[in-house]
Design a binder for this molecule. Structure first.
Ligand SMILES: [Mg+2]
Length: 182
């Protein structure tokens, strides 16, 4: 229980839905198994910032696609759970593997399948253009829409709350971190 600032103090991991959160929800289907999604570079830097601040980052999505594996790899995301129509199984696997309690997890979702997770995590967030039902069970609704910087907004909120934003920026800008990203 408690207010948002109090909830943020306990967070150790940010778990993110993909479609409608890391993207605008568009899924471009091509011939065969080709599937394309559009990600926002500032959300990618948000993930990098979160990791630089010592938070773990995970992806939990109902669809299973190669583009998500690629984006997760580029961003060095700690956990990718794909292909669970009901997300609880993937969610529990993440908690178990990292020995996390639910209050130590923040989750960003946008739709009905996210509701069970939004109801349980310590800090639950729905994007601005998410389904009303998902907003109703969330602690916070972003100003930004999915695919348009909502993830970055949440990361900045977490890092500001934890007092770790400056150190994360300094770490990213340090000459030793010179691998191309995003
Ligand atoms: Mg979604």
């Amino acid at each position: 229980m408690g207010g948002i600032e109090e909830r943020i103090q306990r967070i150790k991991m940010l778990i993110i839905d993909v479609d409608g959160v890391m993207t605008d929800g568009g899924i471009i289907l091509g011939p065969g198994s080709i599937e394309l999604k559009r990600f926002h570079a500032r959300d990618g830097m948000g993930v990098t910032l979160a990791k630089a601040a010592g938070l773990m980052v995970g992806i939990l999505t109902s669809r299973d696609s190669e583009v998500v594996r690629r984006r997760a790899s580029e961003l060095e995301i700690d956990e990718v759970q794909q292909g669970f129509f009901h997300k609880e199984e993937g969610y529990q696997a993440i908690l178990k593997r990292h020995g996390l309690r639910e209050e130590e997890v923040a989750y960003i979702g946008d739709d009905i399948l996210d509701i069970p997770i939004l109801r349980r995590t310590g800090f639950s967030i729905c994007v601005a253009d998410g389904a009303d039902e998902a907003k109703q069970v969330s602690h916070y609704v972003t100003q930004k829409k999915g695919g348009e910087g909502a993830v970055r907004e949440v990361v900045e909120m977490l890092l500001n709350g934890l007092g770790k934003k400056e150190e994360a920026i300094v770490s990213i800008l340090s000459p030793s971190k010179n691998s191309a990203k995003k």
